[in-house]
Design a protein around this ligand. Structure first.
Ligand code: FES
Length: 482
């Protein structure tokens, strides 16, 4: 019963977020053991965990159906429904067997203590035997073993493999048939990679424990010695079991080379009457690796290189989004306005060091001023993908009607307990008013990210420094995107 599980697995098991679990650990409500949680400890804090939610079961069924349709048809193969039902029966039987084992081990431990006591007190063997019979018939012994929870844990292990990265200690889940690389990127990690397609070898990793399976052919040459030592390409393998992987990650902007990628226009869409979303899609084999908050230079035959902040999350490296301020009179706005004539852009990226501080334990204060929302959106999405325990406050200073993704910000706030959205409505050229931040408490407890026009950026930085926020906790960027 008292197995240990990762925090991510614990969150899935009791149907909460990793953030909530981490908060309970920080508050001393939950105790960890070597970075993991004992199952009994988890159930002590979440005693009412129920299995009413069938989402997981449905997901198993769907995944199995998908898997079956990919297997060449074989008349002898049971249906997905049959396989799912049998799997459920086996899982329940296994959980029951574990429950019996736990109960009998508990009785044996108690029996051992009882016999030791009898030896010193001279109690008769028949009295001990009577106690033993009663213990065997006592249904209350070992009831703290929750076989429903164990069965659920088994099903979770089937659904998504848990991956721990060394040396960083970061961890994530890989759902369905995603590659190890895809799973890591979706969880907001900056794993090293290049082509995502088995050609460059930059995603090479070493499997330290667990089993992986190749899901994609690759051209990159791995020697027999490397394969023997457990080396794989994380873009071409998926985990079969929980896995510990040795691989490298980017720790800053300098770790990611500038890439030159020809991307197609996927869509051009007005977000309000003066901001337009430019959505580019890279080729499957040439995706853009970047860190949240960075910017790109866009160009094509009709556009000189134009710097513009990336407004999307690095966890989706094929779909790159930009917010274009259509009130400006520039080559880019002309092109976007006559959108039927443009099909492609060259992306040179990534640039800039307006990026999230790695492994910081401070809460995040994200400040967007007007059009400065694009890189802040990228940072917010990245912070959410990381499932950080700390609070994330987003302050968006803009004129009425200019919070052009207000609904999205409100949806984030609704979905996440630790995300707080504060739209601030400005009059024309209104200055920054520090009172608007007074609910935050000590600003020294935050990493502060400011994206604003130059003058506002300087003003905001000066204010935060004046109230004692260390310079290393203030990151800032001038608005780009015209
Ligand atoms: S990212 Fe290039 S081989 Fe995997």
């Amino acid at each position: 019963m008292d197995r240990t599980i990762s925090l991510s697995r614990a969150a899935r098991l009791v149907g909460t977020t990793r953030t909530e679990i981490q908060k309970k650990i920080q508050d001393g409500e939950l105790m960890t053991f070597e970075g993991e949680l004992r199952l009994s400890e988890l159930l002590r804090v979440y005693p009412n965990t129920e299995l009413e939610d069938n989402t997981m079961i449905e997901k198993v069924e769907r995944l199995m159906k998908e898997a079956i349709t990919k297997v060449p048809h074989d008349d002898g193969l049971p249906s997905a429904y049959t396989l799912h039902t049998r799997l459920k029966v086996i899982t329940d039987e296994l959980a029951q067997a574990n429950a019996d084992l736990y109960r009998y081990r508990t009785i044996i431990d108690q029996m051992h203590a009882r016999m030791t006591e009898a030896e010193s007190s001279g109690e008769s063997i028949s009295a001990v035997h009577t106690w033993f019979q009663r213990a065997l018939n006592n249904p209350d012994i070992g009831t703290e073993y929750r076989k429903d929870i164990i069965a659920r844990n088994h099903l979770l292990s089937l659904l998504a493999a848990h991956v721990r990265i060394l040396p960083s200690g970061h961890d994530f889940f890989v759902d369905g048939a995603d590659s190890l690389l895809e799973g890591g990127l979706k969880s907001g990690l900056a794993l090293d990679y290049g082509c995502s397609n088995g050609n460059c070898g930059k995603c090479q990793a070493r499997v330290l424990s667990g089993e992986v399976r190749q899901i994609k052919a690759y051209d990159y040459f791995l020697s027999e010695e490397e394969k023997e030592a457990g080396h794989i390409l994380s873009c071409c393998y998926t985990p079969v079991t929980d896995v510990i992987l040795e691989t490298s990650e980017a720790h800053g902007a300098k770790d990611i080379p500038v890439q030159h990628i020809d991307a197609r226009v996927k869509s051009i869409q007005a977000l309000n009457d003066h901001i337009t979303l430019l959505h580019l899609r890279t080729p499957r084999t040439r995706r853009l690796r970047f860190l949240a908050g960075q910017y790109a230079n866009l160009s094509n035959s009709e556009l000189e290189k134009t710097p513009i902040s990336i407004a999307s999350c690095p966890c989706d490296d094929m779909n790159i989004q930009f917010h274009v301020d259509m009130t400006q009179d520039t080559q880019l706005t002309h092109l976007v306005r006559n959108n039927s004539s443009i099909k492609d852009f060259r992306i040179d990226a990534p640039y800039g060091d307006f990026i999230m501080k790695e492994d910081s334990e401070h809460s995040d204060l994200l400040i967007a001023w007007g059009m400065g929302f694009a890189p802040i959106k990228s940072l917010a999405e990245h912070a959410m993908a990381l499932d950080k325990a700390e609070d994330i406050h987003l302050y968006w200073f803009a004129k009425k009607g200019d919070h052009y993704l207000d609904n999205q910000c409100r949806a984030w706030e609704d979905a996440l307990d630790n995300f707080h959205y504060h739209p601030i409505f400005l009059d024309e050229d209104e200055a920054f008013d520090a009172q608007q931040l007074e609910d935050l408490g000590s600003l020294r407890d935050y990493d502060i990210y400011i994206s604003a026009p130059d003058a506002r950026k300087t003003e905001l930085k000066a204010y935060f420094e004046s109230v004692g926020v260390p310079q290393g906790q203030i990151m800032s960027e001038s608005t780009l995107g015209t």
